[in-house]
Design a binder for this molecule. Structure first.
Ligand SMILES: [Zn+2]
Length: 120
């Protein structure tokens, strides 16, 4: 069972709002299945997930457990490209959607199956 700190989720929503009309993307850091921080890597380009996950394929930090990115459309379903990326870049993936309220997100596992995340 996964959880995320409320302040971390709030930070993700704010960054997603600030990134409009582009997507926001980052990595998730967790300890004992509690997501407590996001990590931006140097050289990461907003709105370009290919760059993001190319870098991720060379893990530098073992507390990174997955990814988060925004869908300005508000629809938090994974695209085919997202599903492919989920399958090879970590155990837990969050898609947040406009209007980026605290409940405006969906979470998926490596197989793109929806999973529950507790906000704590
Ligand atoms: Zn997406």
């Amino acid at each position: 069972m996964w959880s995320i700190r409320k302040r971390t989720l709030r930070m993700i929503m704010e960054a997603s709002r600030d990134s409009l009309p582009l997507e926001f993307g980052a990595f998730l850091k967790a300890e004992k299945n509690v997501i407590y921080e996001i990590a931006m890597l140097p050289g990461t380009i907003q709105g370009d997930r290919h760059t993001l996950f190319y870098l991720y394929n060379k893990p530098i930090d073992f507390s990174i457990v997955g990814s988060v990115h925004s869908h300005p459309s508000g629809i938090t379903l994974p695209s085919d490209e997202d599903k492919h990326m989920f399958s090879n870049s970590g155990a837990i993936h969050i898609i947040v959607g406009y209007p980026f309220e605290l409940e405006s997100f969906s979470a998926y596992d490596r197989a793109s199956k929806p999973v529950e995340i507790n906000v704590i």
